[in-house]
Design a protein. Structure first.
Length: 153
C-alpha cells in the first residue's frame, strides 16, 4: 500500500500453486478490483518456532478487520517446483475461531505429528483460511500462506 490512506495498492499475484505472477497494481484512488484482504492480515513465525513436527504462527490483523482464522490448515511440500498436499483430504479440525486485532496478534500452533509424522528436509507452505465476517458467503473467504524450510533442502 502506498500513501497514508491506501491510494495505490500493489500486490504479488499468485497462481494456484503459490508461484508468483509478479507484482500488480490492484487499486488506485479507491477504484478497486477485488483483491482480497490487505497485506496487514498475515501469518509469520520465528525460525525457532519451526520444527519437523510443528510450527507456531503469529496471526496478525493490522488493518483491524472483522476476521476469523479457524483451526484448519493445509500443509504442502515442494516437489519438482510445485507444492503437493501432505494431509489427508478428510482431516478434521476443531471448530474454533481466532480473532486477532490490531496490535494484538494471536499465536497458534499446528502440530501435524499425528497426521503425517515428522517432516523431511525441504521447503513447505502452511495455508490457513481467513473469513472476513463483513463480507457475505464465499466472497469473504480468503487464504493466507506462510512458507518455511525444514533442515537443509
Amino acid at each position: 500500500m502506498l500513501g497514508e490512506t491506501g491510494r495505490v495498492w500493489i500486490i504479488e499475484a499468485l497462481n494456484e500453486d503459490f508461484s508468483s505472477q509478479g507484482l500488480k497494481v490492484r487499486a488506485i484512488n479507491g477504484l478497486t478490483e477485488s483483491f482480497g484482504l490487505p497485506g496487514g492480515v498475515r501469518m509469520n513465525a520465528d525460525e525457532s518456532d519451526i520444527t519437523p513436527t510443528s510450527i507456531k504462527l503469529r496471526l496478525e490483523n493490522e488493518p483491524d478487520l472483522n476476521i476469523i482464522f479457524g483451526d484448519d490448515y493445509r500443509l504442502q511440500k515442494e516437489e519438482d517446483g510445485t507444492y503437493k498436499d501432505l494431509l489427508p483430504k478428510d482431516t478434521n479440525f476443531h471448530s474454533i475461531g481466532y480473532m486477532p486485532k490490531r496490535g494484538n496478534p494471536v499465536e497458534w500452533t499446528a502440530d501435524w505429528s499425528h497426521l503425517c509424522g515428522s517432516l523431511e528436509d525441504g521447503n513447505y507452505i502452511i495455508v490457513k483460511t481467513v473469513l472476513d465476517e463483513d463480507v457475505p458467503g464465499e466472497a469473504g473467504r480468503y487464504e493466507r500462506a506462510f512458507g518455511f524450510t525444514v533442515g537443509t533442502p
